[in-house]
Every structure is written in structure tokens, then in C-alpha cells.
Design a protein around this ligand. Structure first.
Ligand SMILES: [Zn+2]
Length: 245
């Protein structure tokens, strides 16, 4: 048995046997792991409110020989999403981050850059201010996974697309100029492509000082979410929920 303690983010929780809970946890040191919180539905002492998805915790857990599931011993809350006001859009945005991390990361592969990205956006996902952190997270997550196409040039003819409209398709890699656009392509406006450049250069905290209503860079957010979905090879349930917010 290897005892461990470290920072982690709760992604998902399922009822397990009897009063146990199965927890998907994104740990800083080991990446995504799954573990069992024994008697967690009865014992509030060891886990308290720490099993709410997207709670940032210090987790004490143990790896058991020849067993895939960790034994979760205790969580200490470092930051809870419930400590600030909550509404439908904020809940959907938090679920979106959890779902993408859950789907994108393999188990037991440390991803410190993703961990830092999640902590940074979590802090910014607040009531009335979800759209920038969701867009920032989607673009950066795609980039960190190696899925973000280069937006500056047409993948077919090499034309410099900076300052102009960019076309992308849900079925093929890269972006194109208008002449080379493939069937079913969608346009990403020049303004939004420019905002993508700013997002890749700035911090979410700095950018959040500006106003980002839902319709600002809506096409860029759609592009980023569709890039994630294309590589995950599935639709993100939480992205649909977020769209209804
Ligand atoms: Zn072209």
C-alpha cells in the first residue's frame, strides 16, 4: 500500500456499493485517478462537503496493490465552488470543465499544465461571468492536448489568414481560406480569430477584467468546443446545457 497526500480536483462522483461513493479525481501528482470513498454517504466527517464536483481539495488516499481503484481516506477542502453564489450558467460551466477533463485525460498521467489551467479558470467561473473562462479553458485545453490547429495560415494553400476570416470544418484538420473551404465549413470571424491570439497570450485573470457577454466571441467558443468534441469523438453533454444558459 502506498499512502499519498496531495492537491486534487473532484471531477465526478457516483454511488457505489452500499454507502460508498466512486470518485473521479484529478490529482496534481498522478493525473486522473478513480477511487472509492468508503461509507462516504454516511460519514460526513472525512469528506464533508468536499465531494461536490470541482471542489479543490487536499486528498489523502492510498494505492492498493493489484487494485485499479484507490482507497480515498479523507479530503480537506482548499476551495469549494459552493463558497460563492451559484446559478444555472455557473453550474453548467463547472460541469463543462469537469466533463472535458474527465474525457480528455487518460488515467494516471500527470498533467501539471492542465491542472494549473483548471485552477485558474475555476477561480474565474462566477455568476454573470462564465463566458470568458469557458472560452479560455476550451481553447487552452485544445492547445495543451495538441488539438488546436494553427489559425494563422490556410492548411491547403498556405495563405496568411491573419486579420481575415478563417474557415473550419467539423470533419477535417486545420483551417482554410474561403477558396479552399471544405463542405459544411463554418466561418470564424477575423475579430474572433484576433481574440484567440489575445487569449493565447494573456492570463484568464487579466482578460476577465473586460466585459465578456455571451455574444462576444460566441463563434470562437463554438469553434473551441467543436475542436474538443471532434477529438474526443463525442458530444459534450455539458456544452449543450451551457448553450441553453
Ligand atoms: Zn487556401
Amino acid at each position: 500500500m502506498i499512502e499519498r497526500q496531495g492537491e486534487a480536483i473532484v471531477l465526478r462522483v457516483w454511488p457505489f456499493q452500499e454507502a460508498d461513493l466512486l470518485v473521479s479525481l484529478f490529482t496534481r501528482e498522478q493525473g486522473r485517478v478513480k477511487g472509492v470513498a468508503r461509507h462516504a454517504m454516511r460519514s460526513r466527517r472525512r469528506f464533508g462537503g468536499a465531494l461536490e464536483p470541482m471542489t479543490y481539495v487536499r486528498a489523502t488516499y492510498a494505492e492498493r496493490p493489484k487494485q485499479e481503484l484507490m482507497r480515498l481516506d479523507a479530503f480537506e477542502i482548499l476551495s469549494s465552488p459552493l463558497s460563492r453564489p451559484i446559478d444555472y450558467a455557473r453550474t453548467a460551466a463547472l460541469q463543462f470543465v469537469a466533463e472535458v477533463v474527465e474525457e480528455a485525460l487518460p488515467e494516471q498521467a500527470p498533467e501539471d499544465a492542465v491542472f494549473r489551467l483548471v485552477l485558474a479558470v475555476l477561480d474565474q467561473i462566477q455568476v454573470g461571468k462564465v463566458w470568458l473562462p469557458v472560452t479560455y479553458f476550451s481553447l487552452w485545453m485544445s492547445r495543451l492536448m495538441g488539438w488546436m490547429p494553427e489559425l494563422g495560415h490556410c492548411v491547403v494553400c498556405g495563405l496568411d489568414l491573419r486579420g481575415g476570416t478563417v474557415w473550419y470544418s467539423a470533419t477535417s484538420d486545420g483551417v482554410t481560406c474561403a477558396d479552399d473551404r471544405r463542405g459544411g465549413s463554418v466561418a470564424l470571424s477575423a475579430a474572433s480569430a484576433g481574440e484567440a491570439v489575445r487569449i493565447f497570450r494573456g492570463t484568464v485573470g487579466e482578460l476577465a477584467k473586460e466585459d465578456w457577454p455571451k455574444d462576444r466571441v460566441a463563434d470562437l467558443r463554438r469553434f473551441a468546443v467543436e475542436t474538443l468534441e471532434r477529438h474526443l469523438e463525442r458530444r459534450l453533454v455539458s456544452a449543450r446545457a451551457l448553450g441553453r444558459a
